[in-house]
Design a protein around this ligand. Structure first.
Ligand SMILES: Nc1ncnc2c1ncn2[C@@H]1O[C@H](COP(=O)(O)OP(=O)(O)OP(=O)(O)O)[C@@H](O)[C@H]1O
Length: 446
């Protein structure tokens, strides 16, 4: 659990997202509240439910980005869904629970990766020993060597030591070895919604029936190493423990981002499709209020998950949501539309700014790309203009404009090793000017 204070969280978010201070503050408080809650005695802790957030703002201004970065910062399992997905034809009420099931999958993957990291060095050592065994079978190798904790060095022959050195230097990477590799007996059982646990039990049963299958394979050491590391790491991991930790992470730390909530905000008295929209709100409600959903890892409670709903609310208003749902999204934050100056900063400042990404990408081809200040300003202005004239897609426009601007350089970069490109205002005008002034063209191309 993250111990960052709200101010520290906002500072971290500032590294990636320009402006939108209110939204950053709101999510920072929500995250800190989780930490506060965990400090309470268990009885009171159960009483404290998260204050979910409603983000209101046009498309492409950083709503998802703030939530996603927050999740990364907190190492929290995160899923994003479009609320409109559940109004589509073929939708059945139970489907909204798939959000929680997806979150459980994300939590499991995250937890497993973390556990993998912890055992990685040990797994690497074991894999190395197995490769050495394959290259130079030991005379008195214990029957299940891979489980033997004896440090290999104490009984290591000179030849083995030499091989180990060569192996570490990569000199043997292309040498082929024969190995017994674990075959995953992939039994995939599609369980109907709500029956995931049964599906999981069946899967386990089939696996037990099949036993742990291994197969002899000839592989280059380079290719064998990752397989062996994965296999050894899996042996070192405690699957039950990972599942339990993953479920806890999803329940206590999970963040669910529901986009386009405004699109399901029509009241049923408006008629037509409104009925099914209100239906989706009613289906979402139990999740947000707290319920138990069965997943393939076991039942999971949604009471303490943080829900962040988001929408442009240009036609519907938050008050068009059903009252129960409004009540469950008590924190309202508005995100502002981005200005030309914001665009300029977005191109320059974030840790992962687009300009930095392109410089690095083309750098791999030996091409030096330099953005002049005037060039960046002009790019921002062009993106802003195109948004105004065609459709306003927020900062996403920067991506399309930048891609178009650098298309030629990107295409030819592989043959241009050692060349320099200066992106000045003139360069931008020369390459994009005619597109920008032609509204029809910009609609298609920018
Ligand atoms: N304020 C900002 N600072 C830096 N980058 C931004 C900002 N706003 C948007 N972006 C960038 O624009 C892209 C789209 O932003 P994001 O996904 O957050 O949009 P959104 O507001 O959630 O819109 P939608 O509701 O349509 O999903 C992302 O690549 C993001 O990095």
């Amino acid at each position: 659990m993250s111990e960052l204070t709200p101010r520290e969280i906002v500072n971290e978010l500032d590294r990636f997202i320009i402006g939108q201070h209110d939204a950053k503050r709101a999510v920072a408080i929500a995250l800190r509240n989780r930490w506060r809650r965990m400090q309470l005695e268990p009885a009171l802790r159960e009483e404290v439910t998260p204050k979910n957030i409603l983000m209101i703002g046009p498309t492409g201004v950083g709503k998802t980005e703030i939530a996603r970065r927050l999740a990364t910062l907190a190492n929290a399992p995160f899923v994003k869904v479009e609320a409109t997905k559940f109004t589509e034809v073929g939708y059945v009420g139970k489907d909204v629970e798939s959000i929680v099931r997806d979150l459980a999958d994300v939590a499991y993957k995250l937890t497993r990766e973390q556990a993998m990291k912890r055992v990685r060095t040990q797994a690497e050592d074991r894999a190395e020993d197995r490769i050495l065994d394959a290259l130079l079978p030991r005379r008195q190798a214990p029957s299940d060597w891979s489980h033997d904790p004896t440090p290999a060095s104490s009984i290591e022959s000179d030849t083995r030591q030499k091989l180990r050195k060569q192996l570490r230097e990569g000199a043997l990477d292309d040498r082929e070895i024969e190995l017994d590799v674990n075959m995953n007996v992939g039994v995939e059982i599609m369980s109907p919604p709500g029956m995931e646990e049964m599906g999981q039990q069946l899967r386990q049963m089939f696996q037990n029936l099949g036993g742990a299958k291994t197969q002899k394979r000839k592989l280059a050491i380079k290719a064998a190493r990752p397989l062996l590391i994965e296999e050894e790491a899996s042996r070192l991991l405690n699957e039950e423990e990972i599942r339990a930790l993953a479920m806890e992470a999803a329940e206590q730390n999970g963040i669910v981002f529901i986009d386009e909530i405004d699109k399901i905000a029509q009241r049923s008295e408006w008629g037509g499709a409104g009925v099914s929209r209100e239906g989706v709100q009613r289906d979402l409600l139990p999740l947000v209020e707290g319920s138990t959903v069965s997943t393939k890892y076991g039942p999971i409670k949604t009471d303490h998950m943080l829900f962040i709903a988001s929408g442009a609310f240009s036609l519907a208003k938050p008050s068009d949501l059903i009252p129960e749902l409004q009540g469950r999204l008590p924190i309202r934050v508005e995100l502002s539309a981005l200005s030309v100056d914001d665009f300029k900063r977005i191109l320059r400042e974030p840790h992962n700014a687009l300009t930095k990404q392109y410089v690095a990408l083309l750098g791999t081809e030996g091409v030096t790309l330099t953005f002049e200040e005037s060039g960046i300003d002009r790019l921002a202005e062009v993106a802003f203009q195109v948004n105004e004239r065609t459709e306003n897609i927020g900062a996403r426009r920067l991506h399309t404009v930048m891609e178009r601007l650098l298309e030629k350089i990107s295409y030819e970069a592989a043959d241009k090793n050692g060349e320099n490109y200066q992106i000045s205002a003139e360069y931008v005008d020369k390459n994009l000017g005619s597109l920008v002034s032609d509204e029809d063209l910009s609609r298609y191309i920018l």
